[in-house]
Design a protein around this ligand. Structure first.
Ligand SMILES: [Zn+2]
Length: 235
């Protein structure tokens, strides 16, 4: 193998490493995209859950008001009956008993009416809160839709970049010729750390100083492995 050809090999290794690092960065970005979307989606979901809970409370207040309304109606018709019996009372004592019963039920009805009013008020307050929350939800959803559009656009762009880099790497790797086998074995295990630049005599993967013979090999353009970490060195 000629010196020029070997020097080109080191240049190819440098280009390969650069491409691999760019590709790793691009893959990392693609991985992060859905996470950003999920964070926004969680905001939407949280608000939806809060609204559902508020609606549940409003519904409960309505149900409780309705059931008390029913009890109240029954009690009122009972009072009507009792008032009819009052006229037919055959003794003062009986009259008094009926009168007391009417008084007792009326007292209960006052409590019921207060409770109904209280629940109707609470329901109205909840409905007002729900309206505010629904307004917020609409905003958050619109925000999410816009954000998703941006993320989708960026993802498309990054994926195109990934395709370009993958293609470039596929073109560069066969140029390694004899070194290709070593390169494939090392990068299969070490990934991007399988290739490293040698700067001022030190491997940039493990930062160990290289023995002079390694440096000599590199000087004549021969790819060699770092004796410490096994990375394929270039300079
Ligand atoms: Zn090393």
């Amino acid at each position: 193998m000629g010196i020029l050809r070997m020097a080109n090999l080191l240049e190819t290794l440098r280009e390969i490493q650069q491409t691999r690092l760019e590709l790793s960065d691009v893959k990392e970005q693609i991985k992060r995209m859905p996470l950003q979307l999920r964070a926004k989606q969680n905001e939407v979901d949280k608000l939806k859950a809060a609204i559902a809970a508020e609606k549940e409370v409003a519904k409960k207040m309505r149900v409780e008001a309705d059931s008390r309304e029913l009890t109240l109606k029954q009690a009122e018709s009972r009072i009507k009956d009792l008032k009819g019996k009052l006229n037919q009372a055959e003794s003062n004592k009986e009259y008094q008993v009926i009168q007391d019963e009417i008084k007792r039920i009326s007292g209960e009805n006052d409590v019921l009416q207060d409770e109904i009013l209280e629940r109707i008020t609470q329901e109205e307050e909840k409905r007002a809160e729900i309206k505010v929350s629904e307004g917020q939800l609409a905003e958050v959803e619109a925000d999410f839709a816009k954000f998703k559009e941006v993320v989708d656009y960026r993802t498309d762009k990054i994926k195109t970049q990934q395709e370009i880099l993958t293609k470039k790497l596929a073109e560069l790797e066969p140029q390694l010729g004899d070194v290709l086998g070593d390169y494939q074995r090392i990068t299969a295990v070490k990934g991007d750390h399988g290739i490293a630049e040698c700067v001022n005599g030190s491997c940039q993967n493990c930062f160990r100083e290289q023995p002079p013979q390694i440096w000599q090999e590199l000087l004549v353009g021969r790819p060699v492995k770092c004796p410490s970490c096994g990375a394929l060195l270039f300079k």
